[in-house]
Design a protein around this ligand. Structure first.
Ligand SMILES: Cc1ncc(COP(=O)(O)O)c(C=O)c1O
Length: 414
């Protein structure tokens, strides 16, 4: 007998495609070992590397962990998260911009990924589809597939790279004809991979639209704001001001926010974040807490206690909070500086770019992304090929290596 698979039918074929980012990272590391770090530009991984190309940390965070007693660092946390952490996650997410007359509840999750998982699983039925843009973080598809949910996409930008609200609205209406629950993911501010942030005016139009959809009370509309890059995109007002618009939404619109500590505290591997639910109804918010706490127990049990304690203390202790915020601002400025250099050269050599505003990534739209990425790899420039572009993680590239990158890409496009 020749067995082709031992798995249950839904798991057959899973994992045959390797994770793009991590396999390119492996190749970049092999090139570094062969040619030396100085010759290689590794623009693949979404983590900040400093100007010496070392993994960047916030020293306030690192010191905090090194001094934390073992019980706080290593013990279990409650299943839904330390209560002080949950309050801190809500405070950090809104920073004064929680809309009037809303109920906010939070559940600890392993990074933003955990929050995305809970929303896709708990707010869609098996076989239903989540709506995402055509330019999107790849794991949304993986998470949907893992949980036997589908994906529908809308075209995020028109030819002039303006956000296409009409495409999003058309696809929402289409889905609402097929299913009663509509889950729409927004990765904003500083969208991965384009660096775009949805504007205040666009949010006004979107919310007016979703309220029209919600007039049919048999429909349930769940917006998921994936805010992984929230703290690298501007002031509290610029990044969170639009949240005030979520006031007065009907009970059948639930706003959920995937808050992540990965980038904000540069602790990607400690796996900490929170899923926040925001509703005009206390019952919907309570249900959100209950359902997602249950899922915590059923999927990963508890979160990382030390990281939860850190956030609780950041909010409580102004000295600690100010130190960390000041250090983060240095990296925010560094990202801006790197991006500005790249954007300037791209303009000079007439290299088209997606509408970057802020964040860890800049993307070049190209039709044959794999071919271009492979050409660049031969030149020891490691980028991530997407369906319609190549993504550059400027977060990982020291400033001295940026001059010449845009020219190299322009040449690879010829
Ligand atoms: C768009 C987007 N969403 C969510 C995440 C989640 O990261 P984490 O689970 O580490 O918070 C990432 C990380 O790369 C991301 O780029």
């Amino acid at each position: 007998m020749k067995l082709s698979s031992m798995t249950a039918s839904h798991a057959v074929g899973k994992g045959t495609e390797p994770d793009t980012v991590f396999s390119i990272l492996k190749e970049a590391n092999a090139a570094i070992a062969k040619y030396g770090r100085g010759k290689v530009i590794n623009a693949s991984i979404g983590a900040i590397y400093d100007e010496e190309e070392k993994f960047a940390t916030l020293s306030g965070v690192e010191d905090y962990f090194r001094r934390l007693p073992a019980g706080e660092l290593m013990n279990y946390a409650p299943i839904s998260g330390l209560s002080e952490f949950l309050a801190a996650a809500i405070a950090e997410t809104f920073q004064g911009f929680q809309p009037a007359d809303t109920y906010a509840r939070a559940v600890a999750t392993p990074g933003g990924t955990g929050g995305v998982r809970h929303v896709i699983y708990n707010y869609l039925d098996q076989g239903q589809k989540v709506l995402i843009p055509d330019w999107a973080w790849g794991p949304y598809r993986t998470i949907a597939a893992e949980h036997l949910r589908g994906v529908e996409t809308y075209e995020m930008f028109d030819r002039e790279f303006h956000f296409q609200l009409t495409s999003l609205m058309e696809k929402s209406e289409k889905l609402l004809k097929e299913q009663d629950n509509l889950v729409v993911i927004f990765n904003t501010p500083a969208h991965n991979p384009t660096g775009y942030s949805v504007t205040f005016a666009e949010w006004q139009q979107l919310l007016a639209f979703f309220q029209r959809c919600a007039a049919d009370e048999s429909k349930k509309i769940i917006l998921l704001l994936d805010m992984a890059y929230l703290d690298y995109a501007g002031t509290a007002e610029e990044t969170r001001g639009f949240m005030k618009l979520f006031a007065g939404l009907p009970e059948n619109i639930l706003v959920t926010i995937a808050y992540s500590m990965s980038k904000s505290y540069l602790i990607y591997g400690l796996r900490s974040g929170a899923l926040i639910g925001l509703s005009s109804s206390a019952e919907v918010a309570d249900e959100f807490f209950r359902v997602n706490s249950f899922s915590n127990r059923g999927v990963w049990s508890n979160g990382t206690r030390g990281a939860q304690r850190l956030l609780a203390d950041v909010v409580k202790d102004p000295l600690l909070g100010n130190k960390i915020r000041a250090e983060r601002a240095v990296y925010r400025d560094l990202l801006r500086k790197r991006a500005a250099l790249f954007l300037q050269e791209a303009a000079e050599v007439d290299l088209p770019l997606m509408p970057y505003q802020s964040g860890f990534f800049i993307t070049v739209p190209v039709a044959n992304a794999r071919v271009v990425a492979e050409k660049l790899m031969k030149e020891l420039l490691f980028t991530v090929p997407l369906q319609k572009g190549i993504r550059l993680a400027i977060c990982a590239v020291p400033t001295v290596k940026i001059p010449g990158m845009a020219t190299k890409i322009k040449e690879a496009l010829r």
